[in-house]
Design a protein around this ligand. Structure first.
Ligand SMILES: [Zn+2]
Length: 246
């Protein structure tokens, strides 16, 4: 690796861009260890603090990890599977994206995930979904368990789609929608029972490798959730406490 002398006010950004290019182009392959901070500082003419800052930026981007020990240092890596989901969650929280927008996004994306999962799921993933659907039915009277099983169900389905981008997107927002709608939407046994039936019918389509039915049933599941949420919001508004805008 050959780095050039850097002299600009945004020198950290330039070093970040240089290293990022080396990683993206494959010149610095996965698993390669970067030279010590001191050597990078000598090559670039930057202060060690600036080098450290640049390395930290790349760590946040998921392109470097720190390996401790004598032969340690900054090691090039591929962004972890959780990076996209984490960024989407931070974006949604930071921008205070309203729950209705999150639910609309799920309604737009998850039917495609269900269709892909119907085609691409492995026998193990189907088995996991069967078990989770049973757990969901068993947890119908216990809201916290119901919510966590529900979340896992959708994450396993997204994994079964074999589409890392759609999976990351849905993982990033699914937790927020389920958490936020916790006592709002799923506070009646009837709604939870309806939800169990929805998952059972999506599961049948996934088992039958029927993408059209899986997509349609998933869309119906999300549409019902949005309607349920709106009814609750309207009811709460009627009681003078609109929780969505609170
Ligand atoms: Zn669901």
């Amino acid at each position: 690796m050959q780095l050039t002398k850097i002299s600009t006010t945004r020198s950290v950004d330039v070093l970040v861009a240089q290293l990022r290019d080396e990683i993206h182009s494959g010149a610095l392959p996965d698993g390669s260890v970067l030279p010590a901070e001191r050597l990078i500082a000598e090559q670039t003419g930057l202060a060690r603090g600036a080098v450290r800052e640049a390395l930290r930026v790349l760590q946040t981007e998921g392109l470097l990890k720190t390996k401790p020990g004598r032969h340690g240092g900054s090691v090039v890596c591929r962004p972890g599977e959780d990076l996209l989901a984490r960024q989407i969650t931070l974006f949604a929280l930071g921008r205070q994206i309203p729950l209705t927008t999150l639910l609309e996004a799920r309604e737009a994306v998850e039917p495609s995930i269900a269709a892909l999962a119907a085609t691409n799921r492995t026998p193990d993933e189907l088995e996991a979904l069967v078990a989770l659907t049973k757990s969901l039915a068993a947890a119908v009277e216990a809201v916290p368990d119901f919510i966590s099983v529900h979340l896992e169900w959708h994450v396993v389905l997204a994994t079964a789609s074999k589409n890392a981008l759609l999976k990351g997107f849905i993982e990033g927002i699914a937790g927020l929608t389920l958490e936020a709608s916790n006592s709002e939407v799923f506070d009646s046994l009837e709604v939870r029972q309806m939800s169990v039936r929805a998952h059972q019918s999506i599961l049948k389509a996934i088992a039958a490798r029927d993408p059209a039915a899986a997509a349609w049933r998933m869309q119906r599941h999300h549409r019902a959730a949005i309607q349920q949420f709106r009814r609750h919001a309207a009811k709460n508004l009627g009681q003078g406490r609109n929780k969505e805008s609170a």
